[in-house]
Design a protein around this ligand. Structure first.
Ligand code: ATP
Ligand code: MG
Length: 421
């Protein structure tokens, strides 16, 4: 470890301080005026150097959480795994962390099979840099002096677009196996080459993800799949053998997940990039669908009514899945509704049609039906029928589903009309 950083000046790194969120600048000014060190760290610096717009600006300082609170009376101390301060300016919340020391030997650092369970040891700026994950995530930018400090060779790595773990990769993955997923995510999202020693151990270490709490894996899965790069990220996860560690047994061969899954991931990416709303519920509905469908067909053969069969199959598959990745009910509930909708699309007549169309999940379930038609050609006319019905005027629609025009207030039972053809 170099305790002397490489110092990169403004002319070379090209970051303008105005690119830093004003709230982060205020936090750093406040801490520095009180006599502390403080700088922007992590993804914010990395993204500025890459010419991207950072998601957030994290601040690191040598002030302890209590000292931070003395400088900013509004600061709230949070976190169990790490203690952090949140400083609020209007609508912005800036996360401020005290420099942390290297894991190992300190009294409040706990290990289990090389895994770090807690690391709250305070440290120097240099120590804080080396305990970060990748070199490109360990750069520090001081907006007051306008220099970037690099303790780990991250600046060179950024220039050559290389993703490299700090230190010995096997040790670092063992300390925190989520780094396996982060390696995949950053490589794909930022289009970086994984340095060979960083990439090499990934497949054989994938099994370590089973030690990670399912709730934490869920958070990581969202970052992997909801950031506009779901499809290439999926393929990379499969290649590294990480996919099976997260979502075991969903596909016979995860390198060929089927058209529905591929298109669901690609559509998600298009929507994220186009700024349209996306819900993980739809994605999980697609990913788990092949398994849900097989189970539902079996249950129906056992005599369970079809919609219920989808409900039960969904519950079974979800119960298996949440053992590795904990999908919260607010999402899985909607996935289940999408599945239960599918058999109901097969009935294309009478009041039911209007009933379905007025239900809350109609749109998502219909989009899902369109995806299914990619794999099940016999569904094409059904999907087409449901596309058309939405484009009709009320009168035309009634004509189509009741066979003839419905008299206002008319109660007569109608002969049911059109089928899929
Ligand atoms: P993103 O743009 O996805 O937010 P990020 O680099 O900011 O990327 P965060 O998860 O927000 O990622 O973490 C902030 C910083 O904290 C990282 O840049 C890295 O320096 C450090 N960090 C995060 N997770 C880990 C980890 N598992 N091990 C070591 N350092 C980590
Ligand atoms: Mg971040």
């Amino acid at each position: 470890m170099n305790s002397q950083p490489i110092v990169i000046d403004r002319r070379e790194h090209g970051i303008d301080r105005s690119q830093v969120l004003p709230a982060a600048l205020k936090v750093i000014d406040g801490l520095q005026n009180a006599g502390f060190h403080a700088c922007v760290v992590g993804g914010g610096v990395r993204d500025l150097l890459l010419g991207l717009k950072p998601k957030d600006f994290d601040v690191a300082t040598d002030a302890t959480p209590e000292e931070i609170r003395k400088v900013f009376r509004s600061a709230r101390l949070i976190g169990r795994r790490f203690r952090l301060a949140h400083v609020r300016f209007g609508r912005e919340i800036i996360e401020v962390a005290t420099f942390r020391g290297q894991a190992g030997g300190e009294s409040d650092t706990e290990h289990s099979n090389g895994r770090i369970l807690r690391d709250n040891t305070f440290g120097s700026e240099a120590e804080d840099a080396v305990r970060r994950d990748f070199t490109i995530n360990a750069l520090m930018y001081d907006p007051v002096t306008e220099v970037v400090k690099d303790y780990v060779g991250g600046y060179e790595d950024l220039k050559s677009r290389t993703l490299r773990l700090i230190g010995d990769p096997v040790t670092r993955y063992r300390e925190d196996p989520v780094r396996l997923l982060r390696a995949t995510r950053f490589a794909v999202k930022l289009d970086l080459k994984l340095e060979p020693a960083t990439a090499g151990p990934i497949p054989q270490m994938a099994g370590l993800l089973s030690d990670i709490p399912p709730a934490r894996l869920f958070e990581e899965v969202l970052k992997l799949l909801m950031a506009g790069h779901a499809w290439p990220t999926f393929r990379q996860l499969v290649q590294f053998g990480l996919w099976e560690a997260l979502f075991p047994n969903l596909f016979e061969d995860p390198s060929r997940p089927g058209e529905l899954v591929e298109q669901a991931l690609k559509n998600t990416d298009d929507r994220v990039r186009g700024g349209q709303p996306v819900t993980p519920a739809f994605l999980f509905a697609a990913l788990l669908w092949p398994r849900v469908r097989v189970k539902a067909v079996l249950l129906e053969k056992e005599g369970i009514p079809i919609v219920e069969a989808y409900s039960e199959a969904g519950e079974i598959v979800l119960a298996e899945q949440v053992r590795t990745v904990a999908i919260p009910r607010r999402f899985s509930g909607m996935s289940k509704q999408i599945w239960m909708f599918q058999p109901r699309f097969m009935k294309m007549r009478g009041k039911r049609v209007l009933g379905l169309m007025s239900e809350r999940r109609f749109r998502a379930a219909y989009d899902f039906l369109l995806l299914r038609a990619l794999e099940e050609p016999e569904l094409e006319p059904v999907a087409e029928w449901w596309t058309q019905i939405q484009e009709l005027t009320t009168e035309e629609r009634n004509q189509k589903i009741f066979g003839r025009k419905r008299k206002p207030g008319g109660r007569r039972r109608q002969q049911a009309g059109s089928g899929p053809a």
